[in-house]
Design a protein around this ligand. Structure first.
Ligand code: GLU
Length: 483
């Protein structure tokens, strides 16, 4: 890989989805790290020329997610820069100008074929078992005829004049040299009949004008790259370095898809994944370290990552592994940090933040088990609100009702009489009663757990009772006495 240009990299998301796609987040991570390693610039360009798939608000959400992840960019549609505009719909005149230049050089041509004709041609080719490709009809129109048709306002597109013979080769940093036969490359449309450029045209013009040194993108674009290379050559422009990243895979090794795995960054945030954990996890997929911990920071990745050592095999995106890693990050937070995060991200209602000492005591108990922030409320709601306790659940551990009542009665009395309301005392008292009644610990303690929380999974019982406070605990136990 050699280039004298200063490092400039970009992601070029299309605002056609809900939010930032996890695949783009992965590319953005590599861009960011590579730019930082080389004192370069990380650029965001919005590829919004496909108006039929445009989704309102998508661009804003993509940018917000990048910022949330901490992948701050140096140039982009909302912050500007020296190479703008950064939205392709604001650059239409440029594409037309450059397409005209190719026409003048004989590297591109006007095509007046109607959609009906193209459709018929395609079907015939398919029937013959051929790959559908433009048959070159308009390539041979005389200049006079072209002018006449343009003057009469006939709808048209502009196509790239791809040589029929020879091959096109480019070097990819991950996979080495890749060669395509020109006769298999279609005379690609560059400008559509609505005057908008196609992806191929816009991406090449923009990467060139924005002085992108390394085109880093998913390997699903490899088959487009020879078309781009032909365009660079037609313009006489220097090629960027191509880095096609392996695609993230579902567990069954298929390409990561919405059906099998959440792909939008908004989903991860709503679930309560921490940006640092997502970055770290994506980092492990693209930079598996032979030695050392899987837990590393963005700065450590910037120190150690080597773009020349990317493994071409598509890594498996394992949501369970990410959940585990998220838990590691959650446990690394200060209790007060975690508590404020739960509130600011909307997982705990602000009115419970007023009693911050209480909130923090609950958070401290919950922190150990928490994998994603969204689970906090469901698992710990009973600390804040009265819960509907399921009679069946409470009675299921001690089905003999008179024994259960006797036991619970004694528990209530003992807790009421406790001198100090703290974990050790509570535990001591409850263990004594359990032994006296010759109950299995599980039966004795699950009954209490269910009665005060309505749940089978909670933080450790005795600590939990201490935090809940004597009044609440007694109140709930007394209710359970009636079951
Ligand atoms: N708009 C394309 C995308 O959505 C950009 C591909 C590229 O990076 O060239 O991924």
């Amino acid at each position: 890989m050699s280039t004298n240009k200063s490092v400039r990299v970009r992601i070029a998301p299309s605002p056609t989805g809900e939010n930032l796609h996890i695949g783009h987040a992965n590319t953005a991570l590599v861009d960011y790290v590579f730019a930082k390693q080389n004192n370069g610039k990380f650029v965001i360009r919005i590829e919004d020329t496909d108006r039929t798939r445009f989704v309102e608000g998508s661009e804003e959400r993509i940018l917000e997610s990048l910022r949330w992840l901490g992948l701050n960019y140096d140039e982009g549609p909302d912050i500007g820069g020296d190479y703008g505009p950064y939205r392709q719909s604001d650059r239409l005149d440029l594409y037309k100008k450059y397409a005209k230049e190719l026409i003048d050089k004989g590297m591109a041509y006007y095509c007046f074929c109607t959609p009906e004709r193209l459709d018929k041609m395609r079907k015939e080719q398919q029937a013959r078992g051929e790959t559908p490709m433009y048959d070159g009809t308009c390539k041979h129109l005389s200049p006079e005829e072209v002018q006449q048709r343009l003057d009469s306002g006939q709808p048209h597109v502009i196509r790239l004049n791809v040589p029929d013979e020879g091959t096109t080769t480019f070097h990819d940093v991950v996979r080495g040299d890749i060669t395509f036969e020109n006769r298999l490359i279609d005379d690609q449309v560059l400008i559509k009949s609505d005057g908008f450029p196609t992806y191929h045209m816009a991406v090449v013009v923009d990467d060139h004008l924005m002085e992108i040194s390394h085109v880093i993108r998913g390997e699903d674009w490899i088959s487009s790259t020879p078309k781009h290379v032909l365009l660079y050559k037609a313009f006489g422009w220097e090629l960027p370095v191509f880095v096609h990243l392996p695609l993230l895979r579902n567990k069954d090794k298929s390409k990561l898809s919405k059906r099998k795995n959440p792909v939008w960054m908004s989903w991860y945030r709503e679930q309560g994944f921490l940006p640092q954990a997502i970055i770290n996890y994506l980092g492990t997929l693209i930079w598996p370290r032979a030695q050392g911990s899987e837990i590393f920071s963005l700065d450590e990745m910037i120190q150690g990552f080597d773009i020349n050592k990317i493994n071409p095999t598509g890594p498996i995106f394992d949501l369970e592994k990410l959940r585990w890693m998220n838990g590691v990050y959650i446990r690394s937070l200060q209790v007060s940090e975690l508590a404020s995060l739960l509130v600011s991200e909307g997982f705990v209602n602000e009115r419970y933040a007023k009693n911050s000492a209480y909130l923090e005591r609950v958070v401290e108990l919950a922190q150990e088990r928490l994998k994603v922030l969204s689970e906090f409320w469901d698992e710990n709601r009973f600390f804040f609100e009265d819960v509907a306790v399921d009679k069946e659940l409470v009675t299921s551990y001690l089905s003999d009702s008179s024994k259960r009542k006797e036991y619970l009665n004694e528990v209530v009395n003992a807790l009421e009489a406790l001198e100090l309301w703290e974990t050790e005392q509570i535990e001591k008292a409850l263990r004594e009663i359990q032994q006296k009644h010759e109950l299995k610990p599980r039966a004795a303690f699950m009954t209490i757990r269910a009665a005060v929380s309505g749940q089978t999974h909670t933080p450790p019982l005795f600590e939990m009772l201490e935090v809940l406070g004597r009044d609440v605990v007694l109140d709930r136990l007394i209710k359970a006495l009636d079951f």
